[in-house]
Design a protein around this ligand. Structure first.
Ligand code: WTA
Length: 651
């Protein structure tokens, strides 16, 4: 944990606190701290009370079956997620309420009321059925942030076909890998997507991916960019979304799913090169996202809620779609980036729709900070009531800036810690109760038992260690798709009997949690999880590369930047052209988000006598910190020469 010591020092000096304002406290959904005690006394009852607020075709018989490391929640309960997000609202005053307000990059906008969204979802569910999709079949979705993405996922949920959404920024090869791992029968994509005025060639990427995907039978293509992308439709395989929808019937009976039936899988990076298909189920997941959306964001009927995440990531699944819609909220969905057509774009949107709850990532906040407070100042942000942060540790400076310049000093900042695997938020303030400390995610959500342990698994009352979870929670992943052993190895072996998060954290005197980042080989680059091994495999796949070691170096804006120490084959060119070629190669293999920020050529990599690459040393070199203990190195001169070379490069 040596590399996190500096951060801990910084955090230890952070003494500011912020209590919720009077008005906010008075109107908050949850005002009384007794919720923590009550939940701790009977966790099952606590979760069951949320479950009771949802609609079930058949009530569960038992709340939890737990045999480490396998949990089952709401045993024998039957429900449907699309029913809970749509049908149960359309016979209420919410029928004509906006479910999704979609803002395009161009500024065009579309509002779908609950009734309209319900009709579209029903129709698309019938389209899928007509294509021969059965309950249990997997569907891959590779779409930009357009309303059809929301419609497609809810339609999958309606017919019980688990979706696997692949972020539109991933490459054809990544898409192919995910399709083949899940053996999806149908792919839903679009002719293209808009990004900063340019076009992302999603259909072309799909065609490249589909050269070797035997499970795919049909491809449904949404027309988004039209003439701006040249695409080919393959006869017998490719079908236009709008043509299929024209003929579709407007009601589709929702499947009665078991609580434990898979709702979706979502691939995320682990510590090996191969992404893991995280499996989430119907009942527990819905209860988790429903409860946390309601409490963490202090959601009110009349709120306009905006989570800026792309639906291709878990935050978009849980907090753009399922959590807000299960609550009957109005969820804003934005197609574009914060800097297009100009860097005031997010604030223009907040003003345009009078957004009340705004949820984004620290990397975005730090970018806004660099752009300067004069941009948000130009807009009316007085509608904002709650601000959220997710995806990476938020440093106290960024927290303060967010609180002051976006929240006008009056909005609580809820720093929410969770993971693809946890399904919903697990460590977070509750805005009406929690005294906030800038940079701290504060306390576990009621009913969650988080702990910090040392190497041997012993609890650390005060200080830094590994973040673990001691008890099951409804929205926890059930397994890794097709790889049940990896589920046990990755999460339940480091500390037997408890869930290991892969994160480091510190607990202060007051029992507050301060997240310190990953302690495994997973990087967090601008809030995106990328494995060092994935990038290394992509590099050594290039014919000029002999060996590569990848590390995440601290970066002021992105949290971490990717640095690749690379040994080229003797015959290869060692020039800038090669650096560009390798960066593009990684983008082609994984996606642009994984492009190394720096590639350093080196004759050798520092290794232990047993041949293991010493990544810690490489990180120290890249961060210019003290090298520490090098006695286990096979050849200590390697490090000094690398250090000299790096310092020379950095000038
Ligand atoms: C990190 C995103 C500090 C953490 C929801 C975790 C955070 C990984 C926070 C999961 C936070 C997420 N403070 N770190 N508030 N939220 N993380 O699966 O390292 O994309 O393990 O899920 O992001 O990333 P994932």
């Amino acid at each position: 944990m040596a590399d996190v010591e500096k951060t801990i020092e910084d955090l230890l000096t952070e003494g500011r606190t912020f209590t919720p304002g009077k008005k906010l406290r008075k109107n908050a959904n949850i005002k009384n701290e007794s919720v923590y005690k009550k939940a701790a006394r009977d966790r099952e009852k606590f979760w069951a009370n949320f479950a009771k607020e949802l609609d079930w075709f058949k009530k569960w018989r038992k709340v939890l079956k737990w045999k480490v490391p396998h949990s089952k929640w709401f045993i024998d309960g039957k429900l449907n997620v699309s029913y809970n997000c749509l049908d149960r609202h359309i016979n209420t005053a919410r029928k004509n309420k906006a479910a999704i307000i979609w803002e395009a990059e161009s500024g065009e906008s579309v509002t779908l009321t609950y009734w309209e969204l319900y009709r579209e979802v029903n129709k698309f569910a019938n389209v899928l059925k007509a294509l021969g999709v059965n309950r249990g079949d997997r569907i891959t979705i590779y779409l930009p942030m357009i309303p059809e993405l929301a419609i497609a996922m809810l339609a999958c949920a309606r017919i019980g076909a688990p979706h696997s959404i692949v972020f539109g920024g991933f490459s054809a090869e990544s898409l192919r890998g995910r399709i083949n791992d899940s053996k999806a029968r149908v792919l839903i994509t679009s002719d293209g997507g808009y990004r900063r005025g340019g076009i992302v060639p999603l259909k072309k990427n799909s065609d490249d991916a589909l050269t070797d995907t035997p499970s795919i039978e049909k491809v449904v293509v949404v027309k988004r960019v039209g003439d701006k992308a040249e695409i080919k439709m393959k006869k017998g395989r490719d079908l236009w979304w709008h043509e299929l929808m024209e003929k579709a019937h407007s009601y589709c009976e929702p499947e009665k799913m078991d609580s434990e039936d898979m709702l979706f899988m979502l691939y995320t990076s682990g510590t090996t090169g191969k992404p893991k298909g995280i499996v989430h189920t119907t009942g527990g997941y819905l209860v988790g996202v429903y409860a946390t959306t309601k409490w963490v964001f202090d959601l009110k009927e009349e709120d306009t809620y905006w989570c800026t995440a792309d639906i291709g990531w878990v935050t978009g699944h849980s907090y753009v779609i399922y959590g807000p819609l299960a609550n009957g909220a109005t969820s804003l969905m934005y197609e574009g980036t914060p800097d297009y057509p100009d860097i005031g774009r997010f604030w223009a949107i907040v003003e345009k729709y009078r957004v009340n709850i705004f949820y984004t990532a620290p990397t975005a906040i730090r970018t806004f900070m660099r752009w300067g407070e004069e941009y948000p100042k130009k807009y009316d942000l007085s509608s904002l009531r709650i601000l959220g942060s997710v995806g990476e540790p938020i440093n106290p400076e960024a927290w303060m800036w967010y609180h002051t310049h976006i929240g006008g000093g009056r909005c609580p900042v809820v720093d929410t810690w969770w993971q693809t695997e946890t399904g919903s938020i697990l460590i977070t303030p509750l805005p009406g109760i929690t005294k906030l400390k800038p940079g701290s995610a504060t306390k576990p959500f009621p009913g969650i038992v988080a702990d910090i342990v040392d190497e041997s698994g012993k609890s650390i009352k005060e200080g830094a260690g590994y973040l673990v979870l001691r008890n099951p929670w409804p929205s926890m992943l059930r397994t890794i798709y097709g790889d049940p052993n990896r589920y046990v190895d990755e999460y339940w072996s480091r500390f037997p009997g408890v869930y290991f998060t892969g994160d480091g954290a510190k607990r202060d005197k007051g029992g507050y949690f301060w997240l310190l980042g990953r302690v495994d080989d997973v990087m967090n680059v601008a809030g995106h999880r990328i494995s060092t091994m994935e990038v290394e495999s992509a590099l050594v796949d290039h014919h000029s590369v002999a060996e590569a070691a990848v590390i995440g170096r601290q970066d002021e804006i992105k949290g971490q930047a990717i640095v690749a120490f690379t040994t080229l084959k003797k015959s290869a060119r060692h020039d800038d052209g090669m650096i560009e070629e390798l960066r593009n190669h990684v983008a082609k293999k994984i996606g642009a988000i994984a492009k190394p920020d720096e590639i350093i050529f080196t004759a050798e990599l520092p290794k232990t006598r047993s041949g293991k690459i010493m990544r810690r040393l490489l990180r120290n070199i890249a961060e210019g910190s003290v090298l520490g203990d090098t006695t286990t190195l096979a050849d200590s001169t390697v490090v000094q020469s690398l250090k000299d070379q790096y310092e020379h490069l950095e000038g």
